[in-house]
Design a protein around this ligand. Sequence first.
Ligand SMILES: [Zn+2]
Length: 67
Amino acid sequence: MKIDSHHDFGKRECPGCAMQVPANSNRCPVCGYAFPGRSGLQRGVVWIALLLLALLLLPLLLPLAGK
Ligand SMILES: [Zn+2]
């Protein structure tokens, strides 16, 4: 049994017209349906991770700065 995983990542079904459209495009070329952007969500996760990292590192860095 051969599973072509690349095929699923390359295309996705448009909810607007049920056509297979490129997964990397944010808008359906057939009907113009705008896919909900994942890049914005990923950017938010990155900022939250950086904020948590800063909060974790702050107590470690403050004693060093005081010396
Ligand atoms: Zn479409």
